[in-house]
Design a protein around this ligand. Structure first.
Ligand code: ATP
Length: 630
């Protein structure tokens, strides 16, 4: 008998289970049954596709055995089973993916953590919530040696040789004294009905059956009533997605979600679709109510299971759906794919691609319906998954317009987020230009940006995009229907001849001050010029987009490369109508002009979220100006 230590992460999960933070203990049965069902799925596929398993019989069943005398509860399956190496890896030494993310997210706060556990799906270790000792007797299909894995959940497990009639896995849980409720037939049956009614395989259990008394014609009892034990199927065992929509209740959909997503939270919504025609397939997609913890990790777990004619193929194929829909949970099942499909084939398979494209369209159109019919629910969805969906704007060119229509935008003139279809109603029908501003700043800060003043003064609304990803995504999104998307910095408004003339005159009268500013600031700015764009602010920065150095820096940024070379110096634009600049123009105090030039440049930088190179210098100059004013 060999003793082994649990891997640190596995041990942490185990400890959590034992000192159960989680109040919903009954889910241990859901987890074990779901593992049994997965093991049957795996064997089913191998028997159908792999020569090596030709001789193996696939007789799928799951048995639950409650023994009140030994206080044990057993879950047994005739699935793929495990050999010694599998046992070592799967039950102890290698934590399943997502474990790290899960553990990092724990807060120590019972209520919050219990929610997290509900989302994570603790798997096999959940058995230690109710048992003080767990034994796993298992034999891998096609192999001869069976093994016994035992642990009391105390940091160690043991593996030894054992025997088992045929392939499959038996999990024996020695229940804690206060968990005997899980030996009661009705309790077990209700848990199975709740979570595992629609796994594709039958679950059996011994049940007491009442046989009524037999009476003769005169009503005299010839045989008394009695109870018999009968091995009975306790779940419906019909893959839920194969049933027609109108025969499935909301509760059944929710329960099925709980079993495939290992989640105790209700899904936000689901979409069940049967496509008939050239390619036949069924999809059942769920949108969770909370974002999975690993959603922003590269090693996120996919939530879509692929079945081919009800035979499980994979749940680990990131190409099944685009990454920007990675929050989806559910099933794709099609008769029209070859059973022995490999990962490579799957990725380039024309049928799979058609299913994928049609499914994406379906999901997007369902989301669009939700946005219109149930805005409150859509808001919940968007708050959780909006930023992930947004990734589709650059990764899925074909559906860009639809994804854009699913976005909710902050805008300059609105306190509530609006959708683009609403937004364009107020766009100038002649110009057909949608303006946007991006920046890594708070919403209020960005809305107060000097760059928006020319829009404010003209009453034009602007999309205000203050998420970090927006600065990368939106420059790539150049149009929506017949509208152009234009960054506020590139927006041009027509001016009358008189206006132009007036501006030229103003610029001329400010030439002296502009030169003094440039002399004071040196290479920190490319040039200093007057602008008619500003109303309330004295200055703003402008990038010179024609500058080759600027274009180069942008290109490198888009390719995700930071070469460390500083961006080219910006142009400092000054507002000739602003009192401050008018006063400076008329001032002969060179020191004041010098300090003001620096302070105004720094002020413009701060507005654009740029860190100051020399904060001490900024403060020194500011203080000098203040003391002069007093
Ligand atoms: N009844 C079983 N038959 C065969 N293998 C099993 C069985 N139960 C568990 N395993 C193996 O042990 C692994 C770990 O199981 P565990 O329940 O901890 O996580 P999981 O099933 O991989 O993840 P999740 O619970 O999120 O689906 C499984 O992936 C599987 O390989």
């Amino acid at each position: 008998m060999a003793k082994h230590q649990f891997q640190t992460e596995a041990n942490q999960i185990l400890n959590l289970m034992i000192h159960s933070l989680y109040s919903n203990k009954e889910i241990f049965l859901r987890e074990l049954v779901s593992n049994a069902s997965d093991a049957l799925d795996k064997l089913n596929m191998l028997v159908l596709t792999d020569e090596k398993y030709k001789g193996v019989t696939f007789a799928p069943r799951i048995d639950i055995i409650a023994d009140k005398e030994t206080k044990t509860l057993t879950v047994k399956d005739s699935g793929i089973g495990m050999n010694e190496e599998d046992l070592m890896n799967n039950l102890g030494t290698i934590a399943k993916s997502g474990t790290k993310a899960f553990l990092e997210n724990l807060t120590g706060d019972q209520k919050q953590d219990s929610n997290l556990i509900g989302q994570f799906g603790v798997g096999f270790y959940a058995s230690f919530m109710v048992a003080n000792k767990v034994e796993v007797i298992t034999k891998k299909a096609g192999e001869t040696q069976a093994f016994l894995w035992t642990s009391a959940g105390d940091g160690e497990f043991e593996i030894s040789k054992s025997s088992r009639d045929s392939h499959g896995t038996t999990i024996v849980m020695h229940l804690n004294d206060d968990e005997e409720e899980f030996l009661e037939t009705h309790r077990i049956e209700s848990i199975i009905k709740k979570y595992s009614n629609h796994i594709p395989f039958a679950i059996f259990m011994d049940k007491e059956k009442h046989i009524p008394a037999v009476t003769d014609d005169d009503g005299k009892e010839t045989e008394p009533s009695r109870t018999e034990i009968e091995n009975t199927q306790i779940n419906r065992a019909n893959a839920l997605w194969t049933i027609s929509k109108n025969e499935i209740s909301d509760d059944e959909y929710k329960d099925f979600y709980s079993s495939i997503a290992h989640s105790s939270e209700e899904p936000l919504t689901w979409m069940h679709n049967k496509a008939e025609g050239a390619i036949e397939y069924t999809t059942l997609f769920y949108i969770p109510s909370k974002a999975p913890m690993d959603m922003y990790r590269v090693d996120y777990q996919t939530g879509i299971k692929l079945y081919i004619n009800r035979v499980f193929i994979t749940d680990d194929e990131k190409e099944l759906m685009p990454t920007y829909l990675r929050f989806l949970r559910g099933v794709i099942d099609s008769k029209d794919l070859p059973l022995n499909v490999s990962r490579e084939i799957l990725q380039s398979n024309a049928v799979m691609n058609k299913i994928k494209n049609a499914s994406v369209k379906k999901v997007l159109s369902e989301l669009s319906k939700m946005a219109k019919k149930d805005p409150k629910k859509y808001e919940e969805f968007f708050n959780e998954f909006g930023n992930v969906l947004k990734e589709g704007l650059y990764s899925d060119f074909a559906n860009r317009e639809k994804i854009l229509e699913l976005m909710k935008f902050n805008t300059l003139n609105s306190d509530e987020k609006v959708m683009i279809e609403e937004f364009v109603k107020n766009v100038d029908e002649d110009k057909k230009e949608i303006y946007y501003i991006t920046g890594k700043a708070s919403l209020s800060m960005l809305k107060a940006s000097p760059a928006l003043e020319k829009f404010k003064s003209r009453g034009i609304d602007v999309l205000v995009l203050n998420e970090e990803v927006d600065t990368i995504i939106f420059p790539m999104v150049t149009e929506y229907k017949e509208y152009k998307l234009i960054s506020v910095a590139d927006a041009k408004f027509e001016e009358s001849e008189d206006e132009k003339k007036e501006q030229e005159e103003v610029a001329k009268s400010f030439e002296g001050l502009a030169k003094e500013f440039k002399d004071a600031l040196g290479d920190a700015v490319k040039s200093v010029e007057t602008t008619s764009d500003l109303v309330d602010s004295p200055v703003k920065l402008k990038e010179d987009k024609e500058d080759p150095a600027y274009m180069m820096a942008q290109m490198m940024k888009q390719m995700g490369q930071d070469t460390g070379t500083p961006a080219p110096a910006p142009i400092l634009q000054i507002n000739p109508k602003h009192e401050l600049l008018v006063k400076l123009k008329n001032s002969a105090d060179q020191n004041l002009i010098n300090d003001a030039a620096h302070v105004l440049l720094d002020q413009a930088k701060l507005f654009d979220g740029i860190e100051l190179d020399d904060t001490a210098d900024f403060i020194l100059r500011l203080n000098r100006i203040i003391s002069k004013a007093i």
